[in-house]
Design a protein around this ligand. Sequence first.
Ligand SMILES: [Zn+2]
Length: 329
Amino acid sequence: MSANLTVVWPFGMISVSDRRLTGFASGKIDTNRSTKMTVFGCSDAHGVIVYNGIGMDDAGKTPSEWLMSLAEQRVFELPLADIVGRIAADTQSRLISLRQKYGSTRSRHTFVVSVWEHDVPAICCISNYERADEAGEAAKASERVTVTQSSPTKIKPIQIFSTGSHPFHRDLEAISSAIKARAQLNRIKALSVKAVKDIAYGRGRAKAVGASCQWAFVGAKREEIWFGLDVVGGAIAQETPNLINIAANVPLGGTLSARMGGPGMLIMDSYAGLGEQAKVANYDQAQKRPVFREAACGICGTPLPASHRSCEVCAYEQHSGSNTKRGRA
Ligand SMILES: [Zn+2]
């Protein structure tokens, strides 16, 4: 299981997603750099897609790659309603064999699509076990994938939706209060990232949830999209969410930023950074794709992406103070 959070209000939209991928059978951490976020534009809308549930199918494809396959079939050139319908149908057919093999509890899966459609924000939930328009979730996955929707209203202008492991109530309260107080966007983003981070680090922490998160802020205008990576202990490079048919900006520190993507472009496995040390991947000619270095932490063995300055699991041990600050070289 992973964790993601979507916050939608009349002036903005923020999504946060963890990047950990644990093995179906082993329960071990396979990688700490699985991208579970896709920013997209289509003919009548733009927004962000995050997910939880299936981390990787038996063919070695992640749900982010399922979305890219649809994009290669030009599905994202259609209007939003058609795209959502196509994602639901594609997901339902892919989940049939996974459900047969792993059972109805472990084949639960949800895509959350948050969008601006004609200047109106909305959250759309494509799932076989939960809905956007009511709280709670089914313990077992249905054979059918259902599409539900929820939009901010006058009475409830701030909508917060999380799937997978859920954030602490106090963290969600802090986000709502910041939006109501018209806090700076950076603060709302930081609180949203903290909410997901706290799932990984909080009491009864979820080991299947990583503490390093990708985030995206999406404004009503297509030009107002920012995204990036938030890593415990700092990042050497920004590994960015995937992009379909849209451009986004990534902050590189200070006043510097980079702009990536654009209409007609599909971008995955990308990163941005300053200087030679920010080079965290090499293009592999044979595989025709970038290969990101991910060593094992020398202390605990957890996968440690080259973009991270330090190990997030060891950072937790230090943070929790359980082993009285032994030799931190
Ligand atoms: Zn470690």
